[in-house]
Ligand binder design. Structure first.
Ligand code: AP5
Ligand code: MG
Length: 215
């Protein structure tokens, strides 16, 4: 099964994708994570996109489509979870074409709906494990032992350079201008499922499961 998690910054896409990986053996493809990896490994592409990401703008379609195409070619028996991709109509068309070339299709698009007012609190309280990628929050999902990742025991906990209110406003603007048209696009294709992303993390996971069982 191949699915898209669609939603604004802080909607909980990464958090829910990790649960689906654990529970269903799916492969998470987060273009944000791939771009951050390219930045930290200092590749030429990583250096080129760093400032764009910190400003909260979208990097070019060409770059992210290239990253996704490379990962798709590696295959996934449990299916792919697209997290933060596609973000433009051109990316959505490219994904459809890439899957069709592989004889595959998109099974469901989950729109995670969250009030804008909740997003600032989610983003400014977020931190992640630099080693295993587990996602935490100062208030809603702290680590059990302060400064230590519950999942892998690492103390390499990090905050993202774009997790400040100014970048978040730009990310939201990009979402409404360029990504939200995908809601109508996938509705028209017949595979959109809307989930309330404001509930607690397990409740959101339950709603996603129900949507996937009906897909
Ligand atoms: P990306 O990394 O994709 O960031 P984003 O879309 O802004 O989304 P986030 O990762 O911030 O939020 P999320 O929905 O994953 O939420 P999370 O689960 O972490 O992209 C970053 C940048 O890369 C972009 O701005 C752009 O520059 C570039 N980029 C990436 N993809 C691109 C593309 N396709 N095209 C062009 N450019 C691209 O949760 C957030 C917080 O809330 C956490 O602290 C979590 O613990 C907490 N939380 C989660 N769920 C709940 C809940 N139900 N209740 C309470 N707290 C919760
Ligand atoms: Mg994310």
């Amino acid at each position: 099964m191949n699915i898209i998690l669609l939603g604004p910054p802080g909607a909980g896409k990464g958090t829910q994708a990790r649960k689906l990986v654990e529970e269903r053996g799916m492969v998470q493809l987060s273009t944000g994570d791939m771009l951050r990896e390219a930045r930290s490994s200092g590749t030429e592409m990583g250096q080129r996109v760093a400032q764009v990401m910190d400003r909260g703008e979208l990097v070019t379609d060409e770059i992210v489509i290239g990253l996704i195409a490379e990962k798709l070619a590696q295959g996934a028996t449990g299916g792919f979870i697209f997290d933060g991709f596609p973000r433009t109509l051109a990316q959505a068309d490219a994904l459809g074409a890439l899957l069709a070339e592989m004889g595959q299709k998109l099974d469901a698009v989950i729109e995670m709906r969250v009030d804008d007012a909740a997003l600032v609190a989610r983003i400014t309280g977020r931190f992640t494990c630099g080693d295993c990628g587990e996602v935490y929050h100062d208030q809603t999902r702290p680590t059990k032992v302060e400064g230590v990742c519950d999942s892998c025991g690492s103390s390499n906990l990090k905050r993202r350079a774009d997790d400040n209110e100014e970048s978040l406003r730009q990310r939201l603007m990009e979402y409404y201008k360029k990504t939200s048209p995908l809601i109508g696009y996938y509705y028209a294709k017949g595979n959109l499922h809307v989930v309330d992303g404001l509930g607690e993390i397990p409740a959101v996971s339950g709603d996603i499961k129900a949507a996937l069982d009906n897909a």
